[in-house]
Design a protein around this ligand. Structure first.
Ligand SMILES: *Cc1c(COP(=O)(O)O)cnc(C)c1O
Length: 367
């Protein structure tokens, strides 16, 4: 049987990409903020409807440098969610800051905004929530808390490319929103990422941080890293951006087919999608409640035997990974741990065939 993976990268046609990269053989200009790097930044400003976009080598470095751009004092605290990819927590810790884990909401998996305030101390400098699975956090409540206590808000928006909430682009929320353009994401540049903001100063700081702090041949203004996106990747992005709307539309077809199959099944819970959100259908999580006839782990194994590769995404929660366990102050993370034990991501990608979806549905429901 054909193996079915949880995702498959969207790509332009071979011919389209080859045509697009041809000029690189003439110019020999392969990286260092070349023409295509600049062009993709411009296109993304339009598409994401945000004033400033800085492209980076990947989403993780975008997060790490976005945090660094604030120059928080060492040992400061950032309130964040443990129900995310490890990159989110790593980006905080690699900046020598302390993650303060806040529990999540059972309904949609995002940070529980009602539990943030009790975690604030004199050392708190920022809140770093994640629009997990593309579910938009309670941005109004989070912004109110941030304003009240003078905190920065940095969104890990890696799952939320292209989404809008109440008609507004997700890229404009908080002080900074960060995206990943990794091959497995809705929009990809092979590897890549972006830091979005409404503030030109953020763009300039990111420019320094991603390019050694070099402003001219003889002027180095800050101790930056090297985290630039190269021209091949920028061109992949320009090609994929042309097809992004149809890619998202096709994911919608897959998502709707799953929802029709699962919405009335006892024991399968679908995470509630925020009203007023225009989704990108990046992921399809199902939560297997205790009353379902098999557990999440049993289902994961059973599907694997049938060559269907799903993901326990996110299990374990980042607070419980070997590198973080017992290192940081523990708050009650019961909801995050509970969902982490029960959630399974089903395959979803552009071009997933109807008959393959049927095969997956049958395998999930089969006794
Ligand atoms: C993918 C992802 C990242 C990291 O992005 P990379 O491009 O893989 O470095 C960070 N946070 C979340 C939530 C992600 O899904």
């Amino acid at each position: 049987m054909e193996k079915i993976y949880v995702t498959r990268s969207s790509m332009p046609s071979y011919k389209e990409y080859c045509e697009a990269i041809k000029p690189l053989w003439e110019s020999h200009w392969l990286t260092n903020m070349g023409q295509y790097h600049r062009e993709l930044e411009e296109r993304l400003k339009d598409y994401l409807d945000v004033p400033e976009v800085s492209l980076t080598v990947n989403g993780h470095m975008a997060l790490e440098l976005a945090i660094q751009s604030f120059d928080f004092p060492e040992g400061s605290e950032i309130i964040t969610t443990p129900f995310t990819f490890v990159s989110t927590t790593h980006a905080i810790v690699r900046n020598r800051l302390n993650p303060i884990f806040c529990d999540i909401k059972e309904s949609d998996g995002t940070i529980d905004e009602t539990k943030i305030e009790e975690l604030i101390t004199p050392k708190t400098v920022a809140i770093l929530p994640v629009h997990v699975y593309g579910n938009i956090c309670n941005i109004d409540a989070i912004q109110n808390i941030a304003d009240k206590y003078g905190l920065k808000v940095i969104y890990d928006a890696c799952h939320a490319f292209g989404e809008t909430f109440k008609g507004k682009s997700v890229a404009g929320f908080g002080d900074i929103s960060v995206f990943s353009f990794h091959a497995t994401k809705v929009f990809n540049t092979i590897e890549g990422g972006a830091v979005c903001s409404k503030n030109h100063e953020v763009y300039e700081k990111l420019y320094n941080l991603k390019n050694f702090g070099i402003r001219s041949e003889e002027l180095v203004v800050s101790v930056g890293a090297n985290a630039k996106m190269n021209e091949f990747e920028a061109i992949m992005g320009l090609c994929n951006l042309k097809h992004i709307d149809s890619a998202i539309n096709d994911r919608k077809r897959v998502s709707e087919k799953y929802t029709n199959a699962f919405k009335e099944v006892e024991g399968i819970r679908l995470l509630k999608f925020n009203d007023n959100t225009e989704s990108n259908y990046a992921y399809y999580p199902i939560v297997l409640e205790d009353k379902y006839h098999i557990s999440r782990d049993e289902l994961y194994n059973k599907l694997m035997e049938k060559d269907i590769y799903t993901r326990k995404y996110f299990y374990p929660i980042t607070a419980d990974h070997a590198c973080f366990k017992n290192k940081y102050k523990y708050n009650n993370l019961n909801t995050a741990r509970d969902i982490a034990k029960k959630v399974l991501l089903l395959p979803i990608y552009e071009g997933l065939k109807d008959e393959t979806i049927d095969r997956i549905v049958t395998a999930v429901l089969g006794k």
